[in-house]
Design a protein around this ligand. Structure first.
Ligand SMILES: [Zn+2]
Length: 315
């Protein structure tokens, strides 16, 4: 089974030979506290198993993909305060409740692996994935293997600093890629501009409520040729391209996969702008053979990637 635990929803899927047999989706509702979220995870898993018309004993193992840092060996979610999990022994508790072996994986790693095995990066062996959203998730596959680093937490590509003294990042540093090129960064700038009367159509739709500045709003404003917002999106893509260029220079990838809601909604032109900035900023010898593609699997990337991580490491 692959399970995707997100901030707003969770999906559990029974996967056989890489194909999804059944799935169950539930809201995460982290406001109800970690115990309630945990109970919902077990219920989601049990429901997906029932829907697949198999027995618990038929499930060989579960890979739970989680946001935030984790201790993979111990199966502990170290610090995911927005879901209420701090030093939470997820693996032990789930195994106790279900009687099935459980492994934890970082959700972006799982999504990257899914795109590698059956999505946009299929057939490549050196892959960088970037998913701009609330933050910017990053995944690294080198020579066909997920690169996890010394403690299992490699791939924090969103926190590479690309503008010293730049915008404040959620991590406490200034000028991180995600402080400049995430949807959150875009939303902050857009709320300020709209509230100052510089983007009337956006203000009319979303007011000064930050939570209403979603990817769809940006895509519509872009299409409607709202000048200020267009320039912000161009700047956002430009910075994303600088982050991509740094990845090219460090990892020498064959392909860069861009995914997440913002990329999905803004589409091809946004991707090509980021690519142009990447080519401008990276070393010529490394960047000339790099392909930039859009992620293909959407919601399925994490569950399928999680299952493939198990399949490829069955022993
Ligand atoms: Zn940061």
């Amino acid at each position: 089974m692959g399970v995707d635990l997100g901030g707003t929803k969770m999906i559990g899927a029974v996967v056989k030979d890489g194909e999804v047999v059944s799935r169950c989706k539930n809201p995460t509702d982290p406001g109800e506290g970690p115990d309630a979220v945990f109970d919902r995870i077990t219920a989601t898993i049990e429901k997906a198993i029932a829907k697949a018309d198999v027995l618990k004993e038929d499930i060989s193992c579960i890979c739970l993909a989680v946001p935030g840092p984790l201790d993979r060996d111990m199966g502990i979610m170290a610090y995911t305060p927005n879901l209420g999990f701090v030093n939470f022994p997820m693996k032990a508790k789930l195994e106790n409740a279900l009687g099935i072996p459980v492994f934890l994986e970082n959700d972006v790693n799982a999504g990257t692996y899914g795109e590698y095995k059956c999505g946009a990066a299929k057939g490549f062996r050196h892959i960088i994935a970037l998913f701009p959203g609330t933050g910017i998730g990053g995944g690294i596959i080198l020579d066909g293997r997920l690169y996890r680093g010394a403690s299992g937490n490699a791939g924090e590509l969103g926190h590479m600093i690309i503008q010293t003294g730049g915008a404040l990042c959620g991590c406490g540093q200034y000028g991180c890629l995600e402080a400049l090129a995430s949807r959150t960064a875009l939303s902050k700038d857009a709320v300020a501009a709209a509230s100052a009367g510089k983007a009337p159509s956006v203000f009319e739709r979303s007011g000064s409520d930050f939570s209403q500045y979603k990817s769809r709003v940006f895509a519509d404003a872009y299409e409607a040729d709202e000048g200020v917002i267009r320039r912000m999106i161009h700047k956002n893509a430009y910075y994303l391209g600088i982050g991509m260029a740094n990845c090219v220079n460090i990892f020498n990838p064959e392909v860069i996969v861009l995914g997440g809601g913002l990329v999905e909604k803004l589409g091809e032109e946004y991707i090509r702008r980021a690519e142009k900035s990447m080519r401008k900023h990276a070393l010529d010898t490394l960047v000339k053979d790099v392909t930039v593609v859009e992620a293909e699997l959407g919601d399925d990337a994490v569950i399928r990637g999680a299952a493939y991580i198990l399949l490829d490491n069955m022993e």
